[in-house]
Design a protein around this ligand. Structure first.
Ligand SMILES: [Zn+2]
Length: 141
């Protein structure tokens, strides 16, 4: 099984931040996904000044996995490097990515999210109470 450290290192390899004066940010967040076949796929964020026209690193990494013909992820991590900094941080997925990851496969809610070298939780723990509880009235009403 791909370790948290191996996945973090894979994400760090793709961390090449570019920030333009117009607000465009490329690659200051990098993600790595370990597929169920233990292959690693990577992606970086592409952020634009208009928020709706941007994409997170996690989605790019999952896209790379699907492009290679794999559709089941086992584990994902994202790392972020602050502007002008040399250090990097593991960051949890944003709310949209949590939902995206959980819906990708029938078992997507079991995808493990790396939160540090020693911490990894299923994405379902990052989306508490996300399942519909059921109908308000019975069908016989
Ligand atoms: Zn996201």
């Amino acid at each position: 099984m791909v370790t948290n450290r191996e996945l973090i290192d894979a994400a760090l390899e793709s961390l090449h931040p570019l920030r333009r004066d117009d607000g465009v940010k490329f690659g200051n967040v990098s993600a790595a996904v370990a597929s169920s076949n233990e292959r690693i796929y990577r992606g970086v964020n592409l952020f634009t000044p208009a928020g709706a026209a941007q994409i997170c690193a996690e989605k790019m990494a999952f896209g790379a996995m699907a492009t290679a013909g794999e559709y089941v992820a086992a584990k994902v991590v994202a790392v972020w490097r602050p502007r002008g900094g040399d250090d990097a941080h593991v960051v949890p997925p944003c709310g949209w990515c949590r939902e995206f990851i959980s819906q990708l496969a029938p078992t997507g809610h079991e995808t493990m999210v790396v939160l540090g070298e020693q911490e990894c939780v299923p994405v379902s723990q990052l989306l508490p109470r996300n399942l519909w509880p059921g109908p308000l009235v019975s069908a016989g009403r």
